[in-house]
Design a binder for this molecule. Structure first.
Ligand code: HOZ
Length: 419
């Protein structure tokens, strides 16, 4: 069936547009920017594949934007979630699994001593920033153009992901006074960051960064960039915040901080820590985290925080990620994909996250990408049953469910479309 056909899908889309703004519950799901008027509606998913309501089986490289190192409907995750649900879906009170999950995170991430669990990456980023401001008694932050830290007000300036895709430089509804304290610098530009710290350093609460950018396409940190941020924070008294929502447990068990050997003061986590259920976290040294209420006076809370189903899923996944063979295999498969795609564009990869750029130039910071060409390639691949993110500003997320067959089939499809 050709892309866009299917009565059920059109009916659904019609209804969705009436009932849901723009027809979608998160802007990155819309496909207009790749020239497809109606987004896919997913019926079910398993392993590396999605099945849509109009009966298509798609080889899925989006994988819910990153939380699934073992692929969709991973049997062990399903089993622990089912078992957890039988004991109740939420208590609004403490559980043993929350403590175990915090322990698993602290054990994996070298910079983290204490963890607070929340429900989304946006919430984690927003809370980490409040904590950094409360701890330092300062307001300003430096953020990098093209990095995306969820949709809380202070971060909606020159943000990547859906804002880059839709060309929304700054969102109405965000008070200008809030973003006035957000200083924007180009990713990987050490001199510009140093100049910003020089200028605003006294009032600087934090530098926040995706240690591998995943929301302007996959953009690795230049050699020395993360180290320079660490040194600038140390010199100015600002906190260094790594947003590891995408990189955490993906580019290695110890995240980007372990992979690149640079320790932040605070770490934001999401996606994989929840094993595919809504859970995120932020953590750091006890000295800083201890300022959170009720231990301290920086307020942060959540009814569903540490949800028993989500902690069950997260624990099941994180415990299996203790096995180094998982990362060796993710690395091998991702490298195979990278090598196969490289002749047809420009591939940037760190561990199991990569972007196939349809242009040929290396991407080192946020730039306007050739979205028209990407849209053509996206549609060509979808016609062949291969589903990439509906935006050039996002990543592909290999999992252990993507075997060599899936990888080779994708390379062949790209060769047919781009060759
Ligand atoms: N980080 C994800 C996309 N880059 C977020 C998914 C969403 O916004 O729905």
């Amino acid at each position: 069936m050709a892309v866009g056909e299917g009565l059920e899908r059109s009916e659904l889309w019609h209804r969705a547009q009436k009932l849901i703004p723009g027809g979608v519950n998160s802007p990155v799901r819309a496909m207009r920017s790749v020239g497809i008027p109606e987004p896919l509606f997913v019926k079910r998913a398993s392993g590396a594949y999605l099945e849509t309501t109009d009966g298509r089986r798609l080889l899925d490289w989006v994988q819910s934007w990153g939380p699934l190192p073992f692929g969709h409907a991973d049997p062990e995750t399903i089993e622990v979630v089912r078992a957890a649900a039988l004991d109740g879906t939420t208590y609004g009170a403490s559980t043993e699994r929350e403590v175990d999950l915090a322990g698993e995170i602290a054990d994996a991430l070298p910079s983290v001593e204490q963890v607070r669990l929340v429900s989304s990456g946006t919430e984690a980023a927003m809370s980490a920033l409040r904590l950094a401001r409360g701890f330092t008694h300062r307001d300003r932050i430096i953020k990098f153009a093209g990095c995306y830290h969820g949709h809380a007000d202070p971060f909606l300036a020159a943000a990547g992901s859906g804002l880059a895709t839709l060309g929304i430089p700054a969102s109405p509804g965000v008070p200008s006074a809030v973003t006035a304290d957000t200083i924007i610098v180009d990713y990987n530009d050490i001199d510009a960051t140093a100049a910003a710290v020089e200028r605003y350093g006294e009032g600087l609460a934090a530098i926040i960064v995706e240690p591998v950018a995943g929301n302007m396409g996959c953009v690795p940190p230049a050699p020395g960039f993360l180290e320079a941020l660490r040194a600038l924070c140390d010199a100015s008294g600002a906190l260094l915040i790594f947003d590891e929502v995408i990189t955490g447990f993906r580019v290695g068990r110890s995240g980007a901080q372990g992979r690149f050997g640079v320790m932040p003061d605070l770490t934001i986590l999401g996606k994989i820590v929840g094993g595919g259920l809504p859970l995120a976290a932020f953590g750091g040294r006890t000295e800083i985290m201890g300022r959170l209420a009720p231990a301290g006076d920086v307020y942060q809370a959540g009814t569903l925080s540490g949800n028993p189903l989500a902690t069950a899923a997260g624990l099941s996944v994180l415990r299996r990620l203790r096995d180094p063979k998982v990362y060796e295999e993710l690395e091998r498969r991702s490298a195979r994909l990278e090598a196969g795609l490289a002749p047809y564009g420009h591939v940037q990869r760190v561990g199991a996250m990569l972007t196939f750029f349809t242009g040929s130039d290396p991407v080192t910071h946020f730039v306007d990408l050739d979205t028209d060409r990407y849209a053509e390639v996206f549609r060509g691949l979808l016609d062949q049953g291969v589903y990439l993110a509906p935006s050039q500003y996002e990543c592909m997320f290999p999992s252990l469910a993507h075997g060599d067959d899936e990888i080779d089939r994708t390379i062949a499809a790209v060769a047919a479309v781009c060759g």
